[in-house]
Design a protein around this ligand. Sequence first.
Ligand code: BG6
Length: 474
Amino acid sequence: MGLRKDFLWGGATAANQLEGGYNQGGRGLANVDVLPIGEDRNPTRNGDVKHFDFDDEHFYPAKVGIDHYNRYKEDIALFAEMGFKTYRLSIAWSRIFPKGDEEEPNEEGLQFYENVFKECRKYGIEPLVTITHFDCPIHLIKEYGGWRNRQTIAFYERLVRTLFTRYKGLVKYWLTFNEINVILHAPFMGAGLVFEEGENKKQVIYQAAHHELVASALATKIAHEIDPENQIGCMLAAGKFYPDTPHPRDVLAAQQADRRNYFFIDVQSRGEYPSYALKELEREGIEIPFAEGDKELLKKHTVDFISFSYYSSRVASGEPQSKEETEGNVVRSVKNPHLEASEWGWQIDPLGLRITMNDIYDRYQKPLFIVENGLGAVDEPNENGYVEDDYRIDYLASHIEAMKDAVELDGVDLMGYTSWGCIDLVSASTGEMKKRYGYIYVDRDNYGNGTLKRTPKKSFYWYKKVIETNGEDT
Ligand code: BG6
């Protein structure tokens, strides 16, 4: 009993939230670089703002991130000290293809990730690589409309062929798109979509989603061809929807809200568009741009495992009048009166993780991988620069306990757990540094002040013990 012997404990990050070095090594710009901190970040998330470059009025946190580009050795050494078995990171597409449509990749970008993977391997850390974590090169957005255009599949194909070939033997676990369902909720930040005046946004979103789904199946095919050892996962921003009350109207609303997100994984894991989605899209006059061969490709090249992020459960109501809502991982939810919330209003529900795991496992019957989970909180270092983050330890310990219950009591097959932001990094939704998730404190504030010095927090030593005991000692 217990977790797998080879359970992959570790932490997760994303290129644009920690690397910085935005103009180093021949890198190009991506949608995620031009998101400033502050008010103007929000409209951009909705895809209504045409921000394609930096201006002098705003502060752009992705430019420097936490300077991991220049300090990756120090950071990976700290992960190794905690005993990480795996490290989830993402590739910045625009490091490899700065504009996105070049014929040849940028060697400096390729070399950077090769160095990172070798550094991981030096400590026996297995890299888990997200191919795109929300990023799309700006040039592809400006010239082609990004994912709304079918041609982007070919550019992505070039990217994945390059990666699978170059990193054969160095990387085995890949995720095709981070939180693929976020395209519904934050189309610019999540997929670089920008809408034209008056156009049907839902049509554009589902068209772009179709292209991503085809690209994901194609990547799965190519990965297996290049190296049969490769294991490909999809990635869902998960969190079960509960009905607001036992009223059947609320139960139906919760089922529909879940399906809106599961839709993507249904295609990636079962290999076809689910009937409920086909009906809904047809009713609304949305056309899915199926090209010849798409259906066969989707059917044949389904993912090997299901990865997901979990921060909170959600609540749906079928009542016509609106209910009090709460913030959450870009997916809006009705407020749950039974749950506490973080300082950013994200509700805390460890049992919801067990429920969500069971829901996903029942649906797909493939191994699961929790690739994000954690608490965004304000940390106050003491006079020695040390952070006693018991609140973070409590959050993580209770979620790990619920995760173990799903495995030990319910029989869910789980490959690993990587908590989010294992080192403090820039928040995706707000652009803040103040919203910290890490085991390692980074001395930097919201507007770029600080030495960037790294200091282990209390949770660092706690997590080290969790890993050492394979989750027995939380
Ligand atoms: C997930 C993303 O949605 O949540 C991460 O994959 C993100 O990129 C994480 O950082 C936490 O969200 P936030 O907004 O607190 O950074």
